[in-house]
Design a protein around this ligand. Structure first.
Ligand code: TA6
Length: 278
């Protein structure tokens, strides 16, 4: 584990013996790169991403907390992705490298969200997998509720040639089509236009079929899966995306969206997303 400067941001680079590596910035506690042992970058990071702290970083694994999207009064996707977190632990072993970053409430977070909390992101890199875990503790004396997501931007060669498998039979809320509730009846989900869905109650592992960038995904604690691609027009409207950026990303997010997580005073919760090359 070494400290590096990543586009002007303080970050840590994790390496393991297989040659796999990952970069995590303190800003947002965000994984910004994950290269597998075969030398392939597996995460999408926009070539126009902003790294000066004035905006969330477009790509990698942004942490959405304590609010997913615009589902409440907070800034979109909450404040965790635009705050600088503090390193709270690191360890390495024969075949893993792990770092944690923590964020606690302060005057600025309490102005937006009147709760005492401690959130922690733990990134564990192994020879052939990456695990990202979000832990949240209610450190106050009243209950709190939040929604959250690990908004992973997976790199794909061509999204139009990619498929997502494992969502058959699940219900989803289709945010790209008026928030309709739909039941998925296809064995694999292909991409032919703007896609913005929240799948509920997903307990099976998923497979992103993307040629030599294919990945298995698994999650624990997070009940929902969000699938997002902005496609041509929405991508063009995003200042921090190149016009063709949409082609090379597929967001598959481990999320707690439909039912907010409620924590009594002193209670904790955690959710994890695991990415495994196949
Ligand atoms: O996770 C999907 C989503 O909520 C979409 O609706 C889309 O807006 C995306 O996140 C990106 O949001 P951002 O604020 O990062 O532009």
């Amino acid at each position: 584990i070494e400290s590096i400067d990543f586009h002007g941001l303080a970050a840590l680079r994790l390496r393991v013996p297989s040659g796999a590596s990952a970069v995590v910035s303190a800003f947002g506690a965000q994984v910004l790169s994950w290269t597998t042992a075969d030398g392939r970058e597996r995460l999408f990071l926009s070539e126009r991403a902003v790294f000066d702290g004035s905006a969330p970083i477009r790509g990698g694994v942004p942490v959405c907390f304590p609010q997913f999207a615009g589902l409440g009064p907070l800034p979109k996707h909450g404040f965790a992705r635009t705050r600088t977190w503090s390193e709270s632990g690191r360890s390495t072993g024969k075949d893993y490298a792990m770092v944690s970053f923590a964020l606690e409430d302060d005057a600025a977070t309490r102005r937006l969200w009147p709760h005492a909390f401690r959130a922690e992101i733990t990134v564990n890199l192994e020879n052939n997998r990456l695990d990202v875990e979000l832990g949240v503790d209610n450190t106050g004396d009243a209950p709190l509720a939040f929604t959250a997501a690990l908004h992973s931007y997976l790199r794909v060669t061509e999204v139009e040639d990619s498929y997502l498998e494992g969502l058959y039979g699940h219900e989803y809320r289709d945010a790209a089509r008026g928030d309709r509730i739909v039941k998925d009846t296809g064995t694999r989900l292909g991409f032919e236009g703007e896609t913005d869905r929240v799948y509920h109650g997903v307990r099976r592992p998923l497979l992103v079929n993307a040629g030599n960038l294919s990945l298995g995904l698994d999650q624990e604690g997070f009940p929902d899966v969000v699938v997002w691609n902005p496609w041509v027009e929405r991508c063009a409207a995003l200042a921090d995306m190149a016009p063709s950026g949409w082609r090379h990303l597929l967001c598959v997010e481990a999320a707690a969206v439909r039912v907010p997580v409620t924590l009594a005073a002193g209670e904790g919760w955690s959710g994890r997303q695991s990415l495994v090359p196949v």
